[in-house]
Design a binder for this molecule. Structure first.
Ligand SMILES: N[C@@H](CCC(=O)N[C@@H](CS)C(=O)NCC(=O)O)C(=O)O
Length: 209
């Protein structure tokens, strides 16, 4: 059986939980207490040299890290990762966009905001706010005449971008300023369904949240 190394407030891990659920794949969960250093033990660093969750442990003992790499592995051969060359490249376009413009920007700002770390990261906050607004504007343009990021159905691109994108309000962005993005957020939320809650950092006494 597959093993998901998980941390509940992580929206990177949320992406993987969602896809495993939508695909009906059974898996076991190992919770990793990241603020207690459990993702930096020698054993965990063998699974992911970068020392972060999510990690997907395969039946043969191999492991895959990086949420979007895990998504493409799981989605192979399903409608969530189209087979044709162009659509697949477009999915990759948004997955890379997410890892450069969304997760380290809105994800970080959100983390700092929700766990009392804004002050200590003050030097980076203005730059992240600008970059976050640019990312949301790019998404607004990309979704202008589109129901989903690629084609006309949910793909792993939508799941990845939605993970932190739909929570931009948690760190001061107003999604209502981006009507096409807001409509897409509703659409993806409906397609994903209600079985995948966003867990607050406050459930972890070690997070500072
Ligand atoms: N780019 C990675 C980011 C993974 C990541 O930063 N995970 C965080 C939780 S959201 C983590 O485990 N941090 C622990 C650490 O870096 O020590 C991905 O998409 O999976």
């Amino acid at each position: 059986m597959l093993t998901l190394y998980d941390y509940l407030p992580s929206q990177n891990a949320w992406k993987v939980r969602v896809l495993l659920g939508l695909l009906g794949i059974a898996y076991e969960t190992r919770m990793v207490s990241i603020f207690e250093g459990e993702s930096h033990t020698p054993a965990f660093l063998k699974l992911n040299p970068a020392g972060a969750v999510p990690v997907l442990g395969l039946e043969d003992g191999e492991a895959i890290a990086e949420s979007n790499a895990i998504l493409t592995y799981l989605a192979e051969g399903t409608p969530y990762l189209p087979a044709d060359r162009f659509s697949r490249a477009k999915v990759m376009q948004w997955l890379f966009f997410e890892q450069y413009h969304v997760e380290p920007v809105i994800g970080s700002l959100r983390f700092w905001t929700l766990t009392g770390r804004l002050e200590r990261n003050q030097a980076m906050v203005a730059g992240k706010r600008e970059a976050g607004a640019r990312a949301l504007a790019a998404l607004e343009r990309g979704l202008q005449d589109a129901s989903f990021l690629v084609g006309d159905a949910l793909t792993v691109a939508d799941i990845a971008v939605y993970a932190y994108g739909h929570r931009a309000g948690d760190c001061g962005f107003a999604l209502a300023d981006y009507p096409a993005l807001s409509a897409w957020v509703d659409r993806v939320g409906e397609a994903v369904g209600s079985g995948y809650p966003v867990h607050p950092y406050s459930i972890d006494p070690h997070s500072g949240g």
